[in-house]
Design a protein around this ligand. Structure first.
Ligand code: NAD
Length: 279
């Protein structure tokens, strides 16, 4: 049974969802349909992934009530600034074939682009909530000082900060800063995009618990309280990643996984302070 995490805007989000980064559009309908069949009710996509329309098609064809599926998308890096935020949000709703989105995120802060003015983009994101077509608004890849700047400027903290986090890169600085503002943490790349699966310590704990490596890692995230949405295009892996509610890691096992942290060297993705790809 997937738990819900309460957000600072009084809504809630399923703690386990399904990621769609690098799911090619031509395979997205079947992939998301399979995830929904397995039981996932939270789908994470982005304008950048180029598969929103196919996610929408799978959701529409599933017959599952709109309010029973939690949908997240993210603002493309090329769409910062008020006009593009408003316009591209309309396009996202059209592509997803919904009249309401659960969560929309600024995908990257891009502090070296747009004159470093992600505050203006954040203000436009807040406008989107006004007419009821967006339920929650958040950010992704925001560093502690980025969070502080938008909160200082608007008095409104994002509902979530979606950041890279996994055993090789716990990302404690951004996690703690998020928690200080009562922002829920979504851990992207929860398996380190595959890098952590072959780790020897994870393998030992998998043997101790009789579980798969992926399940051990995902369970570690759940016990930290983070929201996760692992991605796989293979149904048996979707099922494996969903079957993580009937066992617990003990404190000693959690500590051994905590100790795998390599700091910034453990990142599998770019550094948000310098990442400037607009596409
Ligand atoms: P992930 O950590 O979920 O790892 C995915 C990789 O692990 C794939 O190669 C998959 O084949 C493999 N895998 C998954 N389950 C497995 C299993 N049970 N056994 C063996 N291998 C398995 O990486 P991700 O997809 O990058 O991250 C999850 C989601 O986070 C994305 O799909 C996307 O929705 C989101 N994301 C967001 C950002 C951002 O900047 N906000 C960046 C990257 C990803």
């Amino acid at each position: 049974m997937v738990d819900s995490v309460k957000l600072n805007d009084s809504t809630s989000i399923p703690q386990l969802g399904f990621g769609t980064y690098l799911v090619p559009p031509e395979e997205t309908v079947a992939t998301v349909a399979a995830a929904l069949e397995v039981g996932y009710r939270h789908i994470d996509t982005a304008q950048m992934y180029g598969n929103e329309a196919q996610v929408g098609e799978a959701v529409a064809a599933s017959g599952i009530a709109r309010d029973d599926i939690y949908l997240t998308s993210k603002l493309n890096n090329s769409k910062h600034g008020r006009d593009d935020v408003l316009r591209s949000f309309d396009e996202t709703l059209e592509k997803l074939k919904v009249d309401r989105l659960d969560l929309f995120l600024i995908h990257w802060p891009l502090p070296t682009r747009y004159d470093g003015d992600f505050v203006a983009t954040w203000k436009a994101m807040l406008e989107l909530k006004e007419d009821g077509r967006l339920t929650s608004v958040g950010v992704s890849n925001f560093q502690p000082d980025h969070l502080q700047q938008i909160v200082d400027a608007t008095g409104v903290a994002p509902a979530v900060n979606q950041i890279e986090a996994h055993p090789y890169f716990r990302n404690d600085a951004a996690r703690l800063a998020s928690h200080e503002h009562a922002i829920a943490v979504e851990a992207w790349g929860p398996l380190g995009q595959g890098a952590v699966l072959k780790d020897a310590v994870i393998g030992e704990i998998a043997a101790e618990t009789g579980r798969a490596a992926s399940q051990v890692i995902l369970r570690w995230h759940l016990q930290r309280g983070d929201i996760i949405f692992p991605k796989s295009m293979r149904r048996e892996r979707m099922e494996e990643n969903f079957a993580i509610f009937d066992f617990t890691l003990n404190d000693e096992q959690v500590s051994r996984i905590d100790a795998l942290d390599q700091g910034a060297a453990g990142r599998v993705g770019p550094d948000p302070d310098t990442f400037d790809w607009i596409g």
